[in-house]
Design a protein around this ligand. Structure first.
Ligand SMILES: Nc1ncnc2c1ncn2[C@@H]1O[C@H](COP(=O)(O)OP(=O)(O)OP(=O)(O)O)[C@@H](O)[C@H]1O
Ligand SMILES: O=P(O)(O)OC[C@H]1O[C@H](OP(=O)(O)OP(=O)(O)O)[C@H](O)[C@@H]1O
Ligand SMILES: [Mg+2]
Length: 281
């Protein structure tokens, strides 16, 4: 039975459970449940702190986990990223009081508060900067005002927490993070992993693509399918109306309106877009 670690709370928890439910897995009914068995799919879900998930997977006590890329890297655990899941996006950045610091070298000799000492320590070592890392559990943005640090390194999503604390980011982003699927490093994939991964891939594709159908004159089909090449190849079917065909193709969701404009210009009509509920590519 595949043992899977899922965030029990925090920024990734709801989206992770929702993705698993869309992939056809049973999810916990109560937010306090620690474990959920899904015998129909031969998997078991363990709800754990996202920060701890890489440890369990790295140790091999659990087979697969969903966590943040930043948490995986910070943990130094013996686990590796298999798939980026497309939710929980954030950047990890340095910030300091407005006007105080403008480049990474300004951190030399400074006190840097963070909940991610692993990432910050190795980044500073890589850049050859000596600074003191102050490890805090959360609400790191308050640390400068309260006098325990000169700068911070933290997760930035909208930037509103930084603004509230009169801090501004500086330097390049240390990393871009999102939710990722992780497995143990240097170990063959456990039984059942391929099916599990294929199901999540199916959800990712169903979320990022739409199905597009349209009718077009035969002479324009080649130009039209350049706009809608699909993943493998578009389906072109004859229509009762002579000289016309129907085309069906998957199109990236964020390009759908632009593609429809282009198809219409080419003379396509009856252009329909529908959601994909689930798929295997
Ligand atoms: N706005 C956000 N705030 C915090 N973490 C976020 C945000 N958006 C995405 N994440 C990601 O969520 C993970 C942090 O998980 P965590 O459970 O610690 O979140 P949290 O919201 O800080 O929870 P808590 O505050 O209860 O500890 C990281 O991978 C981080 O990149
Ligand atoms: O850029 P924003 O959209 O403002 O989001 C980023 C903030 O959200 C998180 O804090 P959280 O609410 O999880 O509190 P914590 O610091 O106590 O973990 C994170 O640690 C940042 O502080
Ligand atoms: Mg937090």
């Amino acid at each position: 039975m595949l043992k899977i670690a899922v965030p029990n709370k925090g920024a990734l928890a709801d989206s992770a459970s929702q993705m698993l439910a869309e992939a056809g897995y049973r999810q916990r009914r109560n937010a306090k449940d620690l474990v959920t068995l899904d015998p129909d799919n031969d998997v078991e879900f363990f709800y754990l702190r996202p920060r701890d998930i890489a440890i369990y997977v790295g140790e091999g006590t659990l087979d697969v986990g969903i966590t943040g890329r930043d948490l995986l890297l910070d943990s130094g655990a013996h686990a590796t990223e298999d798939v980026a899941l497309g939710f929980g996006a954030s950047t990890f950045r340095f910030a300091a009081p407005i006007g105080k610091m403008s480049a990474i070298k300004d951190l030399a000799g400074a006190r840097i508060a963070t909940s991610y000492p692993g990432i910050v320590g190795s980044y500073l070592a890589d850049k050859g900067i000596e600074a003191e890392v102050v490890r805090l559990d959360g609400a790191v943005e308050s640390s400068v005002r309260l006098g325990v640090a000169d700068a911070i390194a933290d997760v930035v999503e909208t930037g509103s927490t930084l603004r509230q604390a009169d801090l501004e980011v500086f330097g390049e982003p240390i990393l871009s993070s999102e939710a990722v699927l992780i497995t143990r490093q240097d170990t063959p994939n456990p039984d059942g992993f391929d099916v599990f991964k294929r199901r999540l891939d199916g959800v990712i594709v169903a979320r990022t693509y739409v199905m597009m159908d349209y009718d077009i004159r035969v002479e324009q089909v080649e130009r039209a399918v350049e706009l809608t090449p699909g993943i493998e190849s578009p389906t072109v079917s004859p229509l009762h109306r002579e000289g016309w065909v129907a085309v069906r193709s998957m199109v990236p969701r964020d390009a759908a309106q632009r593609v429809m404009d282009g198809l219409y210009e080419l003379g396509a009509r009856g252009i329909l877009v529908t959601d994909i509920l689930a798929c295997r590519i």
